[in-house]
Design a binder for this molecule. Sequence first.
Ligand code: NAP
Length: 228
Amino acid sequence: MKTILITGASRGIGRAIASKFASGNKIILTGRNKPMLNDTAEYVKKNGGEPVIIEADLSNPQNVLSLTKSIDITQLDLLVNNAGIAVVEPLAEMTLENWQKTFDVNVTAPFLLIQQLHSIMPKGATIVNIASIASKEGFPNWSSYCMSKFALDGFTKSIREELREKDIRVINIYPGAVATDIWNSVPGEQNLSEMMSPESVAELIYTSVAQPSGTVIEDIILRNLHDF
Ligand SMILES: NC(=O)c1ccc[n+]([C@@H]2O[C@H](COP(=O)([O-])OP(=O)(O)OC[C@H]3O[C@@H](n4cnc5c(N)ncnc54)[C@H](OP(=O)(O)O)[C@@H]3O)[C@@H](O)[C@H]2O)c1
């Protein structure tokens, strides 16, 4: 039985990852929404896994530190930094509060989780970070999100080199548009039916993690074939 921690497991991509990895594994699910975490826990159980729910608001770094201390495990085999927010607004309207909150959830939380937990990750363990196409390209009105995803990418590319000698693999995934609730916060009409499914991202992560422990798929861009 492997122990897996997934942030943002209450819905969307995080829930799909939890379901995909459930079979035979202990899956620690974090998020703020308890009823939706309970729903994910049911999927995990149905797929043969053992769910553990820890509620935490990752926008507060102190909560992230408390989360790491409350986890009652001696070994972590897979950490998936998935929780993320997108505040989409023009530069002139962007508030300092939203800018900082985006950084705290999308960058500071992964930093603290990796910093605090890598010491209990054995040789061959894996860290997966859900970055974005917005780690590689800028988009109008998405500047705080792009700032955070570029930062996550730079941070995790560096610690990938640090953790190599401990045989811990760091995988960065860069999805294009995926049909999840994150688009509810994006102004304008969104056509979710043309986007990739959260399950397609989960499938890719599962395949990447399943590679032999002496190898690492480092960076993967996943796009809808017709998204150009
Ligand atoms: N959907 C896309 O098109 C797309 C594309 C590329 C990358 N991504 C990335 O994929 C990841 C997952 O996003 P998604 O599309 O699945 O979005 P989603 O459906 O909105 O899910 C976001 C998850 O993050 C959690 N979260 C948000 N704020 C949080 C906070 N303050 N504290 C703790 N957890 C928090 C949410 O849980 P609670 O609400 O329960 O707290 C939820 O489980 C994000 O990092 C996103 O940037 C998404």
